[in-house]
Structures are given as C-alpha cells and as structure tokens.
Design a protein around this ligand. Structure first.
Ligand SMILES: Nc1ncnc2c1ncn2[C@@H]1O[C@H](COP(=O)(O)OP(=O)(O)OP(=O)(O)O)[C@@H](O)[C@H]1O
Length: 303
C-alpha cells in the first residue's frame, strides 16, 4: 500500500470512529439512530423524511445528450408519500424532462433523485419500471386489440375480462367499447386491416384504463398532460379519474390546465428549468407571483 493510500485509509477509519462516537453520544442524549442518520445526512428533518419514504430530488441539473445547455438547473424538491404534485410552467420550461428523469429515461447530469432512501441509479431498471405507471403526452397507441392495449405490460390480467372492463368503465370508455363489433377483441389503429381508429381523447382514456388496471402494483404515477386531448367539458370527469389513479401513492402530473393544479396537494412552478414557486394552489394565488398570473390569464381565457 502506498503512503498516500495508507493516509486515506487512516483518514477514512478516523471518520468511522468519529461517527461511532457521535452515534453513542446521540444515544446517550436519548436520540434514536434515525435522528443520527438525519444529522449525518446534512438534510433537515423534512428532507430526510422524504428521502427515506418519498422522493427527494437533490440539486438536480440535466443537459440532454448532444446538447450544451442545461434544461433543468439546481432542482431541489421533496415529494411526500401519497402526495399529488402538479408541475406547471410555460412551454419548454422543463416539466416533461423532469417527468422523464423520474422514470429514469435519463439520469441527472448532476445531483440525484432519491426514492425511499435509494438513488434511482442504484435500483435495477426492471424493478423501477414495475413500480412506476406512466401516461406520457405521446402515450402509446398500440396497433393491436382493445384488450391488449389495456392489459399491455400486465400479463397476469390479460384474460381477466372483469378487471379490464372495470378499468375501461372507470376511464369513461365503456360506451365506446360496447359499440365496437368485436368488443375487447376489436383491432385498433388505422394501419391494421379492419382496424378502428379512436379519437385523441379516446386513446388518452385508453391509456388511463391501462394505468387503472395496473393500479395496485405501481407506487408512483406519472401523468404528462392527461387532459391535452379533452375538451374542457369532459375535464371534470377526468379529474375524478385522476383522483382514483393518484390515491394511495405519489402522483406527479404535468399539466397546462391550471384547474387541475387545484386538485394537487402542491403545485410546482418551473421557469427556464428552475423551480420558482412551490405551494398549494391557495398559497400560490395569495403569493401573487407567476402562478397567480398564469391562473388569472387562463381563467379569463376560459370565461
Ligand atoms: N430529446 C431532447 N433533446 C434535446 N432537447 C430536448 C429534448 N426533449 C426536449 N428538449 C428541450 O428541452 C426543453 C424543455 O422541454 P420539455 O418538454 O421538458 O418542456 P415542457 O415544460 O414539458 O414544455 P411543454 O409545456 O411545451 O410540453 C425544450 O427546450 C426542448 O426543446
């Protein structure tokens, strides 16, 4: 072992001993070891709690491969268990990019995403994917049957007609599917001979039925623009679906429709890749900042 290696081993051992002493002192002072771990982590109590049982995004920055400008810059955010977060912001603010990082389509260029105490990068990809339900803006439209579209990625339920029909009904598609000549066996997609095409909103509902069918296994729900293809009249119906989708797990929803932000436990406002405001709808309205401005603008355009 070289001199410098031996010096660094001695230093590391010194740190271990120091921690052991600190730990004993914590115990003497009546602190439990989780307090101790929190003190060591350098996080405050809320952040530490989220890093262990929710999602903790720490100093995250991200630049797309083959690009030189950072799309997300120094994002710090804690998401608590069962919390529903809505990400809002102007076009290009980085909302979808953040959603993509949460499902690990990309890794952060700097910083980390910690879920239940583990860095996303340390979780086997397959495990991670099975714990996340994603309905993205360009949600998948599979050129196959209704049944397979709903049960995609969910082999145990593919023959479970009752569960499939229930998910379809909950997503508000029961009448549309009933009218099809071959019911669940109807082929979808113009590219297939005899295939039926659905409207944008119907495809979107089908994607929701897929997420609803998978409701129990996935712990995290990511929805990108769930109301993009729906007219404002049917939106309230989608809000109800969203509530049942989000129940009992973390939900991160990207949306331009600020009426949806009212449903969230907290709203996160992104601007040019940075978080500029975080709070409940009421708090952000009272703040009178960017969210307030966006909300009033949108409300007046609807009126
Ligand atoms: N694959 C990619 N490679 C390089 N740049 C990308 C890629 N995808 C998105 N971007 C850029 O990243 C920026 C943020 O895009 P993103 O889709 O995250 O924004 P957004 O807030 O979701 O926008 P919108 O509301 O318009 O959907 C944009 O400038 C976009 O051009």
């Amino acid at each position: 072992m070289s001199h410098s290696q031996s010096k660094s081993v001695t230093k590391a051992w010194g740190e271990v001993k120091q921690s052991a002493v600190k730990n004993r002192n914590f115990q003497k002072n009546g602190k439990n070891s989780s307090d101790y771990q929190q003190a060591l982590s350098g996080l405050n109590a809320t952040e530490y709690q989220a890093s262990q049982t929710g999602i903790y995004i720490e100093n995250l920055s991200f630049t797309y491969p083959n690009s030189d400008s950072a799309i997300l810059k120094n994002i710090n955010l804690t998401i608590h268990p069962n919390e529903m977060i809505v990400l809002v912001g102007e076009n290009g603010a980085g909302k979808t990019t953040l959603a993509k990082l949460l499902c690990r389509l990309y890794d952060p260029s700097q910083g980390a995403i910690i879920w239940n105490g583990q860095d996303l990068r340390s979780l086997p990809l397959e495990d991670l994917r099975s714990r996340i339900d994603v309905v993205m803006q360009d949600y998948a439209r599979f050129p196959t049957t209704v049944r397979e579209n709903v049960a995609f990625g969910n082999l145990p339920k593919i023959q479970d007609d009752e569960a499939i029909r229930e998910a379809i009904a909950e997503a508000g598609l029961a009448r549309v599917i009933e009218k099809l000549d071959h019911g669940l066996e109807t082929l979808l997609g113009k590219q297939l001979e005899g295939g039926i095409d659905l409207s944008g909103g119907q495809w979107q509902r089908l994607a929701m039925a897929r997420a609803l069918l998978r409701l129990s296994p996935a712990e995290l729900l990511i929805l990108d623009e769930p109301t993009a293809n729906l007219d404002p009249k049917t939106e309230h119906e989608i809000y109800n679906i969203l509530r049942s989708l989000a129940k009992g797990r973390i939900a991160v929803v990207v949306s331009h429709r600020l009426a949806l932000a009212k449903l969230a436990d907290r709203v996160v406002v992104l601007e040019h890749g940075q978080i500029i405001e975080v709070g409940t709808h009421d708090e952000l309205i009272a703040l009178g900042g960017q969210y307030h401005l966006m909300f009033t603008r949108q409300a007046s355009s609807y009126n």
